[in-house]
Every structure is written in C-alpha cells, then in structure tokens.
Design a protein around this ligand. Structure first.
Ligand SMILES: Cc1cc2nc3c(=O)[nH]c(=O)nc-3n(C[C@H](O)[C@H](O)[C@H](O)COP(=O)(O)O)c2cc1C
Length: 285
C-alpha cells in the first residue's frame, strides 16, 4: 500500500491549511517525505517532474508575494517545491504528482495548501535550480495545522466556498443525463473522491462522462476564463485540477481493486461537451 491509511480516508481528511503551529516536523517524517518526493517523478502522460522539500525561511514570504493570497500563509515549517518539463499535458502530470505528495503529507498528519502561480523567477526557482526546459507551477507549505481556524482562515474558506462541493448532478454524466451511483457501480467511490478534490478557487472544473455498458470514463475540463484573467495567471492552472482529479480517481480505483489505464482517445461526443474541453479517458478493465 502506498499510504498507511486507506486513500479514501486521507482524501476525506485533507483540507487546505493556511496557519501552522510552531511544532517542528519530526526527522523521520522529513525523511519519509523526502524519499517519497524523490521517487514520485513521472506522471500518467509521461512528463518528468522533480520535487524537493525545503525548510521554510523568512525569505519565502518574498517568493509568495506575487500571489493574491500573499500574507495568508502563516508560519509554515517547510515547503514542497516542484518543477515539470515543458511538454504537452505537463500541467496535468504535475497536478497528479504534487497531489500524491500532498496525500502523503496528510497521511503523516501534516497540513498543506496548494498554491498555484508563477514562481518561475522566484526564490523557490533558485532553491530547486529551475532549468530552461522546466516550469514551476505550484508550491505547498507544509506543517502542523493550528487546531482552531483563525478568523482570517474562516474568511478565506468562506470566500473560496471551500466547504462546498458541487453535487454529482453537475459533475458526472451518462450521455446528457446525470450519472447515478448505481450506474457507476464500483466506480462510485473513485468518482466521489474526484468530487472531494481540491481545485484552484474551488471551481471544480472536472466533468466526467461514462460510456454506456462499460467502465470507460471520459474526463473533460470546464474552463473558467475568469480565473485566468482575475488572477493574471500565466499557466493554465485548471489543468492542475484535472491532474489532481486523475490522481484521486486512479488511487481510489486501485484501492477498490478496479484496474484500468489512461488513454487519450477523444470520443468526439456532441451536446453538453460543446462547452467542455476533452482531456483524457480512463479505460477500466
Ligand atoms: C491548483 C490550485 C491552486 C491553488 N492556489 C491557491 C492559492 O494560491 N492560495 C490559496 O490560499 N489557496 C489555493 N488553493 C486552494 C483552494 O482554494 C482550495 O483547494 C479549495 O478552496 C478547496 O478547499 P480545500 O482544499 O480546503 O478542500 C489552490 C488549489 C489548487 C488545486
């Protein structure tokens, strides 16, 4: 097993943590994280990533300054920094791999918070010695969560609607109709794990369409152009969200004993998909 606890428990437990206690991260946990990060390098589309775990210093605040959420992360003990090669589907791969790191940290009782943005010229880029053929699309602080939410944290959670998730009827489909849990069968749990996934501004851009009479699931993105304009993002951050969804779906499927693989095979469906962009298909055995 990849983690100590069932991945469905870890996914349910994870939430974004923005304020951390002074408690240092134990050496054995640091070692376990470093080992996990260094082995977690290739995403489902085959692009290569590199991840490091660094101790936080006062200067990290400077690196986070470009983000709208600057100042909202309090007292992190460390950061995961990651890079990915410039290649098609690299952001989905990065999202998939970084989310695995985040689930590993959650399994160890640590808090994290995805922070997407343009870090390619930041101190984080220097720390990981960013190469010309790589980008650095996101980082996460790591540390022990303050038990009681501060007023500021509650405001951010309410603003981003973090406690809310869209219902199945807006996310998962069977033709043009909502997919029921009965129709999903064993895949009801992997789909529920997608529904609970984190996403940039909690926009939950994943839309999944099941093919009739088979365990084939087509993953689409419903882009929110506003996100890019409002946050002045260089990278298409919502593709990270798709990688996160793929990570949850695959890990939960494996845990249920459901085997399958990812394939780019656009079924060119019409109708509701006109406003969506096709990304990838899960072909279950
Ligand atoms: C790709 C990505 C980028 C994010 N960027 C930020 C960020 O810059 N600042 C922040 O405070 N939260 C950020 N978040 C966290 C989301 O706001 C959060 O995941 C969402 O509101 C759901 O809440 P939860 O993680 O507690 O379930 C990001 C999440 C993702 C997946």
């Amino acid at each position: 097993m990849l983690f100590n606890k069932p991945v469905t428990d870890i996914i349910r437990q994870r939430k974004s943590i923005r304020s951390y206690t002074d408690k240092p991260i134990e050496e054995e946990k640091k070692e376990a994280l470093t080992k996990f990060l260094s082995a977690n390098t290739t995403g489902p589309f085959g692009t290569k990533s590199r991840f490091i775990f660094i101790k936080a210093t006062g200067q990290d605040k400077e690196a986070l300054k470009g983000l709208i959420t600057y100042g909202m992360i309090k007292n992190p003990m460390g950061f995961f920094i990651g890079t990915v090669e410039k290649a098609p589907h690299n952001l989905e791969d990065f999202g998939y791999l970084m989310e695995k790191n985040i689930l590993m940290a959650t399994d160890l009782g640590l808090g994290t918070c995805w922070m997407g943005g343009t870090f390619s010229t930041s101190r984080f880029a220097q720390k990981i010695a960013l190469k010309n053929n790589e980008i650095l699309p996101a980082v996460t602080p790591v540390g022990y969560a303050i038990q009681k939410l501060t007023v500021r944290d509650s405001v951010i959670r309410n603003f981003s609607g973090a406690n809310n998730r869209k219902p199945w009827s807006e996310l998962f489909f069977h033709g043009d109709k909502t997919l029921s849990t009965e129709e999903a069968g064993g895949y009801a749990t992997p789909l529920e794990m997608v529904r609970l996934a984190p996403s940039a501004s909690n926009f939950q851009p994943w839309r999944i369409i099941k093919e009739p009479q088979s365990n084939t699931y087509h993953f689409y993105i419903k882009r929110s152009p506003l996100l890019k304009q409002f946050f002045f993002m260089k990278e298409d951050l919502q593709l990270l969200d798709i990688g996160i969804a793929m990570c949850h779906f695959e890990l939960a499927s494996n845990e249920q004993g459901l085997k399958g693989n990812w394939k780019i095979n656009n079924p060119n469906l019409r109708g509701m998909t006109d406003k969506l962009d096709y990304i990838v298909t899960w072909i279950g055995n």
